[in-house]
Design a binder for this molecule. Structure first.
Ligand SMILES: [Zn+2]
Length: 124
């Protein structure tokens, strides 16, 4: 679960996780991430609550840019669904603040853009 794997999400093959709890795109139902990849639900997205994830699939990245977030300036890239081009959140390339470094290489996905499928047993 460390961030050592090489990220190559620009042209991801369509991944299917059978019978595993997953997040799907709320618009086109493409699989976006495994529940296992969830780090925290206590994040803020641009439009509401967000999920911090170790990884995501079936997404493509927008342009890298510096953005001022609640926790300081981060170099991020917006993340889009390959199925419908909906913006799902962003990817943390770099955090300027040392206390925020753990986010680097992770994804922030907007809760409103995701639906949960398969065997979810979380409280909300
Ligand atoms: Zn989609």
């Amino acid at each position: 679960m460390s961030g050592s794997s090489t990220l190559n999400t620009t042209e991801s093959p369509v991944a299917v996780f059978q019978d595993r709890p997953i997040f799907s795109c709320s618009n086109c139902s493409a699989v976006i991430a495994l529940q296992d990849e969830l780090i925290s639900k206590a994040f803020s997205g641009r439009d509401g609550r967000g999920y911090l994830m170790y990884s995501a699939v079936n997404v493509k990245m927008g342009k890298k840019e510096d953005r001022s977030l609640l926790t300081g300036v981060h170099t991020v890239a917006d993340v889009f669904c390959v199925g419908c081009n909906d913006r799902l959140g962003w990817y943390y390339h770099k955090a300027s603040d040392n206390t925020q470094k753990y986010k680097e290489g992770k994804y922030l996905l907007e809760r409103e853009r995701l639906i949960k499928e398969n065997k979810w047993k979380l409280d909300e």
